[in-house]
Design a protein around this ligand. Sequence first.
Ligand code: NIG
Ligand code: FE
Length: 410
Amino acid sequence: MKILIKNIKGLVQVRDKGLKWVAGADMDNLPIISNAYLLLKEGLIHDYGSMTDLASLSADEVIDGTDRFVFPSFVDSHTHLVFAASREEEFVYKIKGMSYEEIAAKGGGILNSAKKLQNTSEEELFDKAMTRAHEIIGFGTGAVEIKSGYGLTVKDELKMLRVARKIGINSPLTVKTTFLGAHAVPKTHDKKDYLNLVINEMIPAVAEENLADYIDAFCEKGFFTPDDTERVMEAGKKYGMRPKIHANQLSISGGVQVGVKTGAISVDHLEAMGQEEIDALKGTEVMPTLLPGAAFYLGTSYPPAREMLAAGLPLAIASDYNPGSAPCGKMSFMLSLASIKMKMTPEETINASTINTAYAMNLSDSHGTISKGKVANVFLTKKIPSIAYIPYAFGSNIIDEVILEGRIID
Ligand code: NIG
Ligand code: FE
């Protein structure tokens, strides 16, 4: 199958395949070919260039890109897409003034999601998660990371991760999975016993079925300390799971430093950052990942994106799609929040949600840019005036056509 897209107004994010990420001042540069063509062949990006260089090429399908932009699909490197039920009752508590911590202490929060998930069969969970997978495909996402962490028992954590793996098999999304057993301490255990369960039983069982690429923990006051987090990361690493940590969401938790120390691929959230945390990330291979949907929904402060960029750091942006703190998987809205609330330029937000999130999921060789030989995951926008229109028009659906693995998606 060969698809030719021609007369493209702007072919966005064209890069050499070898580039792993962009950082600091370079994040404001976004390479775009105007009046371009793109040829997709057998599921891969085969060729691209300026229309003036297009030799008459035969293709099974020809798409006219006049007035439209073509992007590499968004890569959403942090989600909790597998869950049993929404939590809009907590949303109402929140409106009435309760904090995230207060709701959690009342048996809401993560434990509420765990109770619901434990009472949901694997089949039903899969159907629900698959609906969300299709939803985000329509939003332009082509690769997604999915975490466990609403099971909190051996059986239910495995159930969640099997469902996440099945989404990768049964949808055109590229899926990476993360074991987040250390998300909250269930009522059945004290923290010490639960950590032992995570380390001695859950991690080996997850590894036995090869269900997780990454190991995560919620390093936060009232959840897991930096020492707890480090223990869990080291235990996961023994089974080949690389750390990817929930750090500094509600407070300066020490999670950033644990991420650096344990060689995490990313540290995520970062709403609470001081100079020490910014300095700790300099010169490392850890991708700082911002989740502005969670800051928006919870009404917390936003990560200091400009300070981090000024320090020369790379930034990634993901959705955190989950029922408790970010019930939204729409990446273009995350770009709007990043621009409006964190003063990131449109170019910076696009780099942050494509090439840099691809790095944060070990997909640099195959996703995140328009490069020859990468997976043919792209979307065409509607007829829009410029790329800045995407974060600007925060409520609009700018996606027109989605192509994943070289196939046009209905
Ligand atoms: O990334 N912070 C921890 N985990 C999720 C929220 C989980 C929940 O409330 O269900 C997050 O924000
Ligand atoms: Fe999260």
